[in-house]
Design a protein around this ligand. Sequence first.
Ligand code: MOS
Length: 686
Amino acid sequence: MTGVASRAVGTPLSRIEGREKVTGEARYAYEQPAEGVAYCAPVTATIAAGEIDAVDPARALALPGVLAVISHDNAPALGETADGELLLFQSDRVHYRGQIVAAVVAETLEAAREAAGCVRIDYAPREHDVSLRLGHPRFYTPEKVNPSFPAVTEHGDAEAALARADVVVDATYATQPIHNNPMEPHASLAVWEGGDLLLHDSIQGAWGARRTLAEVFDIAPERVRVVAQHVGGGFGSKGTPRPQAVLAAIAAKVVERPVKVALTRQQLFAVTGYRTPTIQRVRLGAGRDGRLTAIAHEAYEQTSTVREFAEQTCTPTRMMYAAPDRLTRHELVALDVPTPSWMRAPGECPGMFALESAIDELAVACGLDPIELRIRNEPDVDPERGIPFSSRNLVACLREGAERFGWAGRDPSPGARADGRWLLGTGVAAATYPAYRAPSKATARFEPGGGYSVSIAATDIGTGARTVLTQIAADALGVDPEHVRVEIGDSDFGQAAVAGGSMGTASWGTAVVRACEALLEQGEGEVSVSTGDEIKAQSKRSRHAFGAQFAEVRVDADSGEVRVSRMLGVFAVGRVINPKTARSQFIGGMTQGISMALHEESVMDREFGDYLNRDLAQYHVPVCADIEDIEAAWIEEDDDELNPMGSKGIGEIGIVGSPAAVANAVFHATGRRVRELPIRLDRVLV
Ligand code: MOS
């Protein structure tokens, strides 16, 4: 750590709450106790578009234990908030199949669920449109893409440069909708006390949720407290409050008792968000030496009629490779579908599948090794912003990875290697993810009995946040980790970054270090520090993590079955704070990348306007047998332009690059370029 002896940082400390978790003592939102609690079950729309004609609650109300049936007929009026998905029961409009249109509150979960099935709803359906397709007449260019990037960027004249390029790749890629499936389904417990709301929520950010809930219920933010002690995965789907949080709070208001809501796995598929499908055209122009002269990347994506969610698919293309003439563009169409939302490395992940596949195609077209091609196109500065990178060690990752993976001597010809009926191939792809920070507040104090405590509204969604913050605090205080107690997961601790955007540790860690430094200087009592000014004052640099994934696949020549025999990721992410939890993040991300490459696909039933596969029996996420040899490594990287720890976020970069590495390996094995994910048998065999 800058200026501080690093003792705990860099060690593989095991998760502090590990024992609590494996013994079942760790309480997740739904497991929090509440006196007199009632249970709420949603009723979801069975049409994809239209209006509710009538809600008949009579049969449900007649069942034993039922306390209330809530719908737009009788629900309390809500305030205003940007995410229309949260404004439950405010109109009779049905925007998508699976939307929450009513709910039952009852003495038990079983009674609530049974009664939910007995609420009769008559609809006036209208034609729905749930298909993302090129040429859709309602495509439009959004004003911004997430979180606030321009939708279109142009430098020079990409069209003209493409027209005169020696070598051109012009390819269209597609990705399907895919759904986050955290182990812990989204759940909430709401308690109203004299107009104040206490919400235990499975959420990635208690602080942000507090403000949103305050908007929804039109009360001052000080009257809302959000607690998220333990969260069983999120990957973005818990980045912002989801409808079940609002539902719990509405129901608790209606029955004047604490209320719990847990979504079923099936309900997750409609109301907690998913990765938008994309259709992406990438055009690369280059000289015969592989040096890029033009890059054009255009993405076509969907959103819903409830809310505009514009994924930033082309943003990595803006900073990856040098080329004088450049164009990126996003087009969006609002369909009668659930609203897409955050999913691990939104933008970077699907965008880099297309870009890194196209780069591989260019390497083939130029007869160059794909690593060499990437090295030839390394930019000196951020190509679009024209400012220096705080550090950029993509080349080092490629070289280190090539060495460890055994890339040297690779015969580039497709189908050159076989083992019986298995065709063997290897592929590589680059990865990147921004290194952000957001303002956070931490409080550090001397404990009366000796030692220290630190509190911050950070969230540990299974990543090890509690553990790494303890390591960071210990070093800042100059003590061993066992002398520091870190409390997190409570909006009462003040403003804090969301556990998302790979910015949690960098943001919270900065505040923790500053609070600990201030405490030592003060010498007694407690000190709170907020980091807004420090972050605002940082120098102008392009801050990104980089990495490279290498995949080896075997493809059954007869059936088209693809197995990933080996995957290696090498990352440049500043200082690694905890090698044990970091490795888990990296290989978890790469596992999700293999999964996106081969397995995950939410299949839309166009007739009904709903996803056909809505559980873990039909929506395939990888099991241990799907993941063979997988390893993560990192290079030494000193970057003092980041934060006091010198660290970059690591939550998302593992997935970026992995799907393209697999697809590029499949091409190498078979000669078949699969440009649409997932790489199904039929797409390999054609
Ligand atoms: Mo991540 S999609 O920023 O939680």
